[in-house]
Write a protein that binds this ligand. Sequence first.
Ligand SMILES: [Zn+2]
Length: 213
Amino acid sequence: MKIIMLGAPGAGKGTQAKMIAEKYKVPHVSTGDIFRANIKNGTELGKKAKEYMDKGQLVPDELTVEILLDRVAQEDCKNGYVLDGFPRTIPQADVLDKELTKLGDKVDFAINVDVPDENIVRRMSGRRACLKCGATYHIEHIPPKQEGICDVCGSELVQRDDDKPETVQNRLSVYHEQTQPLIDYYNEKGILKSVDGTKDMQDVFSEITGILG
Ligand SMILES: [Zn+2]
């Protein structure tokens, strides 16, 4: 079973990808993890990717796909995998499709974890962190006992730059521009399945398992 996870940053697709991987006993293939592993192990592909990253440039689609295909060619992926963070753009999806076709292979499902922007902004901007001990909170869901103060160590809680509404909005704009077109792309291929990502994590997962069987 080969699955692609789609959804905005903060929609919870990484969590669902991990849960799918566990239930169906297939690897959770996250592009971030593969990049880090290749760079850490000093592979040829990792060295090439690092050259771009050191210059602050984006890793080209061809190289990203090459690194990904190298990963999914490994033994543990022979019964399938869950792709998380790839493809991000139509050109990447096209290259993936072409390469899989060459191998006589295809993606079975593209699962879209659908969450409206305003929910994502609310989720992210409610996060608070303690920079001293690393504890994390959420003003609505996991509030500290005393507002603005860490339960564990008593330090002041802060909102990380990554969780500020303007940062979240920026990431969402990039997503809508580059990645959302993939929803139409996979819909046309007949493999798109959307689930309501505003629901509780377990309910979202039940919806997904209902689709995957
Ligand atoms: Zn603390």
